[in-house]
Design a protein around this ligand. Structure first.
Ligand code: H79
Length: 425
């Protein structure tokens, strides 16, 4: 009898494996995969120092000193319409913005404490609210990046692997912290309209803690069943999550050492990366990836069946630096002509290779020629193909058929970033 009771209780109670995504959630997952391209925004009180979002931890700034920053944060040049228009011009279908990063500072008007942009800065306004309204107006979905980890909250105790130099007392009630976090999430999911999802980060700071993820995930799904939950814990998805993300890695790669697993689960995939090397605004980082490199990453992500969430770190004024704007517009230009090969697609039948990737939808296979293989490109493991043509012009591309596959005779005129050839079955 005891075994029977344990067997009955364990899966649901302890592992939350009873999670069945609602129909609305499953539809949202399809939407998410079709969208393929989103804008990541790291913006917070750290932006004032222009040294990235980890500055508090990296420079060992105490809470008392860090609290001197908000009076200097007055982003009067922030314009939600400009940001959302830029995302659209880049061809991005959703925005994921930091509602709270590891420094605990809320970029929205939370009522849970005063450590937020409305109460603690001369700006006094809620940019997340303005962005949410503008996203709705322009048909862009809004997701929130929310940090589990908190270097500021006294009840984030015992502390984790980071934030040790914050000068907080050696006591605190983690349960109270979790209640605080859930209350903030409730605010975000009830006061800002329909939300695309929540992007968690920082779980890895205390991997052995009981985070009560079931409770948090349950709350989110009960308030907004279609909101997609992802958690950047660098492991296979936990029960209750709706997509799997990879940071600075294509799905299944493990080039970043913090990606503890290279395993891919069954959920929609997303990878995120930066334009220079910084997430939050870094005034000295001029190592910008080229527009071509970023288009390659977008195409490769799609070829690996994943979305690409490309980051910008706006300035403390609220402006977005010109190097980011230029690259986003460049990607948007390419997408205007080639978007059919990205949006609504899934990974194609040919495995990603050094020359490029394939995507597919509705009987069409899109061959993305990224790094030129020369004049001929051999493709195997393909279904029978009737025709091949350039996506942008419709010009026919010659096919040589041989046992086990085809050879494409690549055109002389190529797109600098990605020449897309459409194969029709
Ligand atoms: O928000 C951006 C970064 O601030 C955040 N995620 C992106 C999206 C991020 N935080 N940390 N990292 C990225 C790198 C991870 C480092 C880690 Fe570790 C290695 C986490 C666990 C092992 C550093 C070393 C922190 C703890 C030990």
């Amino acid at each position: 009898m005891r075994n029977f009771v344990i067997a009955m209780l364990l899966p649901a109670a302890l592992f939350g494996q009873s999670y069945q995504p609602s129909e609305a959630n499953q539809k949202a997952r399809e939407w998410f995969q079709d969208a393929r391209f989103g804008m990541f925004i790291h913006w917070g009180v750290y932006s004032v120092l222009g040294d990235g979002e980890w500055v508090m931890n990296n420079r060992k700034i105490t809470v008392a000193d860090y609290e001197k920053l908000p009076p200097r944060f007055n982003p009067t040049e922030f314009n939600a319409a400009e940001w959302v228009s830029l995302a659209k011009a880049a061809g991005m279908k959703y925005i994921t913005i930091t509602s709270k990063h590891h420094d605990g500072f809320a970029m929205f008007g939370t009522k849970q404490n005063h450590w937020n942009i409305v109460d603690a800065t001369p700006y006094k306004k809620d940019p997340i609210k303005m962005l949410a309204d503008e996203c709705r107006r322009q048909g862009v979905k809004l997701f929130f990046y929310h940090s589990h980890l908190d270097w500021h909250h006294p009840d984030y105790y015992p502390r984790g692997r980071t934030g040790q130099a914050s000068g907080r007392p050696d006591h605190g009630d983690f349960e109270k912290y979790l209640t605080f976090m859930d209350s903030q999430l409730r605010e975000l999911l009830t006061g800002y309209g329909e939300i695309g999802g929540i992007w968690f980060d920082g779980w890895w700071d205390k991997p052995d803690a009981n985070w009560h993820l079931d409770r948090t995930y349950g709350l989110i799904h009960s308030l907004q069943p279609a909101a997609l939950i992802g958690n950047n814990h660098h492991r296979l998805p936990f029960p209750g999550e709706d997509f799997q993300m990879f940071e600075k890695d294509l799905p299944g790669k493990k080039t970043a050492e913090f990606n503890a697993t290279a395993e891919i689960g069954k959920l929609p995939l997303e990878t995120c990366d930066t334009i220079n090397n910084a997430w939050g605004y870094n005034k000295d980082d001029k190592q910008f990836k080229s527009t071509t490199q970023l288009i390659h990453y977008l195409a490769r992500a799609a070829g690996y069946n994943g979305n690409f969430l490309l980051n910008i770190g706006p300035m403390p004024t609220g402006k977005i630096q010109p190097e980011f704007v230029e690259r986003l517009r460049g990607i948007g230009k390419w997408l205007e002509r080639n978007g059919e090969s990205i949006y609504g697609t899934r990974a194609g039948p040919v495995a990603p290779a050094s020359w490029g990737v394939t995507t597919e939808k509705a009987g069409k296979i899109y061959v993305h020629v990224l790094d030129s293989p020369g004049d001929l490109l051999a493709l195997s493991k393909l279904p029978a193909v009737k025709s091949a043509k350039l996506l942008t012009t419709g010009a026919p591309v010659e096919i040589s058929r041989l046992k086990g596959g085809i050879v494409l005779h690549l055109p002389q005129q190529r797109d600098e970033a990605d020449t897309v050839i459409v194969l029709e079955r």
